[in-house]
Design a binder for this molecule. Structure first.
Ligand code: TPP
Ligand code: MG
Length: 312
């Protein structure tokens, strides 16, 4: 992807998430919703290097990953509206997205939970001698879960084709890294000590993310084993929900404003009046409006739909 394609993909994700935030108070979307506004460059920079057959796993904050991998927007919004046309038949909500047709293998609410699943998928790829990569996104808090260590260790020992992507947005809900980990610790350095190649970059610079991922993916496919990348970024809105929450005391407005200056979409918003960029805004806004209408007009799952899932 060239720069304008990367920017367009980030803008589409931003506008989708802003539409969710703007419409959330209508009370038609009733599931918890974790927005990744401000973090779009990692999803797009990573997924722009993946093929349809490469597989991706994600977290509770999954919208950007799902969309960047090519997941169907109608099915995502219908899922958030709890409708049967949703990607999990309306029974999973925002945190349980899946679109296997594009290699988006799922997201779950339990922190760290999808890391071993990615390792398992990579083991299958290796056994079947496929030239593919399994990529798993997780936050800075997931490295505090025991399963992270077991999974990375297994992937190293078996030289599995896994790309571990740590989105370090400095917080786990309301707890900053400074109250969770020793001050001097750098995540990518600690993980390197396990015996895996790691790297660290600016997660708000889509081209930088993309170039680190390209190198890491080439290494995986040439048989060097798993790779771990940590990218710095910042979540703009509250941990869960559509609002800003800088007033509640766990982080400072100044810190937030510093990160807003580093908006991954800065160049797009700075040129918003240019006709080519205006076209992107209107095209995506139209698509998003229709997707909300699709979700709103769809049916809720029936008891039979539920029984079908339970029994299948
Ligand atoms: C095993 C487990 N522990 C706690 C929670 C509650 N919880 C949900 S999201 C979250 C924070 C996750 O932080 P991070 O992994 O850094 O992702 P971010 O929300 O910052 O994107 C926590 C603690 C959970 N879902 N699962
Ligand atoms: Mg975090």
């Amino acid at each position: 992807m060239n720069l304008s394609e990367l920017q367009a993909s980030m803008l589409r994700i931003r506008l989708v998430e802003e539409s969710i935030a703007n419409k959330y108070s209508e009370q038609k979307m009733r599931c918890p919703t974790h927005l990744s506004i401000g973090q779009e460059a990692i999803a797009v920079g990573v997924c722009s290097n993946l093929t349809n057959e490469d597989q991706v796993l994600s977290t509770h904050r999954a919208h950007a990953h799902y969309l960047a991998k090519g997941g169907c927007l109608n099915s995502m919004l219908a899922e958030i509206y709890g409708k049967v046309t949703g990607c999990s038949k309306g029974m999973g909500g925002s945190m349980h997205l899946i679109d296997k047709s594009v290699g988006f293998m799922g997201s779950t609410a339990i922190v760290g939970n999808t890391i071993p699943v990615a390792v398992g998928l990579a083991l299958a790829m290796k056994i079947q001698e496929k030239q593919l990569v399994a990529c798993v996104f997780f936050g800075d808090a997931a490295i505090e879960a025991g399963v992270f260590y077991e999974s990375v260790n297994f992937a190293i020992i078996h030289k599995l084709p896994v790309l571990f992507i740590c989105e370090n947005n400095l917080y786990s809900v309301y707890s900053g890294l400074e109250v969770r980990q020793p001050k001097e610790r750098k995540i990518f350095k600690m993980v390197k000590a396990f015996g895996i190649e790691t790297n660290h970059g600016d997660g708000n610079n889509v081209q930088e993310v993309s170039s680190y991922v390209k190198i890491a993916k080439d290494k995986i496919l040439s048989g060097c084993g798993p790779q771990f990348l940590e990218f710095d970024t910042y979540r703009w809105r509250e941990h869960c929900g559509p609002n800003y929450d800088n007033d509640i005391g766990y982080r400072e407005e100044e810190e937030f404003l510093e990160w807003v200056k580093k908006d991954p979409l800065k160049s797009v918003y700075d040129n918003k009046d240019q006709s080519s960029i205006k076209e992107f805004f209107s095209k995506f806004n139209e698509e998003i409006k229709k997707a909300h209408q699709f979700a709103d007009n769809s049916e809720f799952p029936s008891y039979d739909d539920f029984q079908h899932i339970v029994n299948s």
